[in-house]
Design a protein around this ligand. Structure first.
Ligand code: BG6
Length: 491
């Protein structure tokens, strides 16, 4: 039987913001619908704006209409009025946080709760420090029951700021109370990387330098800025995608088998894998920025023309990296990693290209190059696993052709849930396996700090293309070519 969480108060700081409205409240609602929200639990929204409980409930109802997924008529409204409350934080001073503490106690009394609390910081990076400090000062870091703190990405802007933020967090909270969230870890297919590797001997036996020629990770998006220039101009693709989402996928591929399925056993192996990565040299990094072009046949503007982008901005919207995981398993196997906005289609995939057979037995026509076998892990949107391999074309002469064996999640299980639902339930249960530990976030920043302080020149690529030609040259220098995802559209 699935474990059941204890009743609690789920406090969302930044409850009127985009993340809370688009992702968190809809995820909490779906958790409630599935019966996984412990009975009697409540949600307390908090934000600077003054707002009554009723106004917040109406705002949440509107969000659920747009983003809440399937529900019976009236179900969302009933949940909002029954379970949501709101507390204004005004200017965020000590008296406002004292009022928050009083409201937390009052809502717990109203719902008959015993003092288990989640504080979710759905806030911009610059608000994390002051909010954590204020929660601590208001006595909210410890409560009558358990208290858990969830911190969104980005956790810091570089190694130094991440270390400072960890120090501040640990002044008020024990590491065991802290859940640094990376929504990629909540994706079923990202978790499936562990199952694929450690529950299947045929996969496990291939996994490493003896059979793998190179590893590629692609996290492509066709979306552009989506009105987020204020944030993105300060972040860029390295901070927005690589330091967190892409590095999480990378560490799950590169890590050694953990001693158990416990949170710390897995997280320690991930940290070790990150620590084995050689420092990046300038020649290992390509930055790009999209210019005007066409996505899905429709013309789109370039990054420089996006509203809110500074004239002459050199913010990168594309990053390609060549990485070396210098451990016994992976030494000598290039890891090629890329992510970008305004690429032809949304696709996250990992491709392990296997070594060629040592001797070719078959007389091949001049125009046929033997394709290496590939293991293709499609993480989204067309989730599944494929194996590409050579077969003999029927007939008297020996002719080869590449074919694929496919498993698609959608064929067997239907649509997969958003990562947030999984992760929020894990917070409620106190399972930190899919969250990023303090040393892990620092190990990740340590990798990218040199790139941030010595930023490469930014190449341009037309929106809708596969990225800058410099990224192709990077792959060629590593002795390979990018393996393009199959295009199935989407964002
Ligand atoms: C977010 C980034 O963390 O992840 C966005 O800030 C990006 O820029 C998004 O679009 C991608 O997430 P997903 O789940 O759509 O791949």
């Amino acid at each position: 039987m699935a474990p059941v969480a204890e009743p609690h108060l789920f406090v969302v700081l930044g409850a009127t913001g985009d993340l809370a409205q688009r992702k968190l409240l809809p995820a909490l609602f779906q958790i409630h619908r599935r019966g996984e929200m412990p009975a009697g639990s409540a949600v307390l929204g908090a934000a600077r704006k003054p707002m009554s409980d009723g106004e917040f409930q109406r705002l949440a109802q509107e969000s659920l209409t747009h983003f809440g997924g399937e529900a019976a008529p009236g179900e969302a409204d009933l949940w909002c009025t029954g379970s949501l409350r709101f507390q204004s934080l005004g200017a965020g001073g000590p008296s406002e946080y004292a009022a928050l503490a009083a409201r937390v106690a009052a809502v717990e009394k109203e719902f008959g709760l015993s003092g288990n609390r989640v504080f979710y910081l759905a806030l911009p990076l610059e608000a994390f420090g002051p909010t954590i400090e204020a929660l601590g000062q208001a006595g909210l870091s410890k409560g009558p029951g358990w208290t858990r703190l969830v911190i969104e990405k980005p956790f810091g802007r570089d190694l130094e700021s991440a270390v400072d933020l960890n120090t501040l967090v640990h002044r008020h909270f024990d590491e065991g109370q802290v859940y640094r969230i990376d929504h990629y870890l909540g994706k079923e297919t990202v978790q499936n990387l562990l199952v694929l590797r450690f529950a299947n001997m045929f996969v496990n036996s291939l996994w490493g330098r003896n059979f793998v020629e190179h590893v590629q990770i692609t996290v492509a998006e066709s979306l552009g800025l989506e009105g987020r220039a204020g944030y993105y101009e300060q972040a860029g693709a390295l901070r927005d995608m690589v330091q967190n989402h892409v590095t999480q996928v990378l560490s799950l591929i590169a890590m050694e088998p953990p001693s158990s399925f416990e949170a710390d056993a897995i997280r320690s192996e991930k940290v070790k894998a990150l620590q084995s990565i050689r420092p990046l040299r300038p020649s290992d990094v390509v930055f790009g920025q999209y210019g005007p072009g066409k996505v899905d046949g429709a013309p789109v503007i370039g990054y420089q023309q996006e509203p809110g982008v500074a004239k002459g901005s050199t913010t990168e919207t594309y990053v390609a990296l060549r990485m070396t995981v210098a451990n016994w398993r992976w030494q000598g196997v290039p890891f090629l990693v890329r992510t970008g906005k305004r690429l032809p289609a949304k696709a996250t995939q990992v491709v392990l290209t296997l070594r060629a057979p040592p001797v070719s037995l078959f007389p091949l026509p001049e125009d046929y190059a033997l394709n290496p076998d590939r293991l293709i892990l499609m993480l989204q949107p067309d989730e599944g696993v494929e194996i590409a391999f050579e077969i003999k074309v029927p007939g008297r002469s020996v002719r080869l052709q590449t074919q694929r064996m496919r498993f698609h999640y959608a064929d067997v299980f239907g649509p997969l849930s958003d990562g947030y639902e999984t992760l929020l339930v894990d917070v409620m249960l106190g399972d930190a396996t899919l969250f990023v530990r303090a040393d892990e976030v620092e190990a990740s920043w340590r990798l990218y700090d040199p790139v941030l302080s010595d930023r490469p020149k930014v190449a341009t690529y037309p929106a809708g293309s596969d990225g800058p030609v410099e990224a192709d040259q990077l792959a060629e220098a590593a002795g390979c070519r990018w393996y393009e995802p199959r295009r199935s559209g989407g964002s």
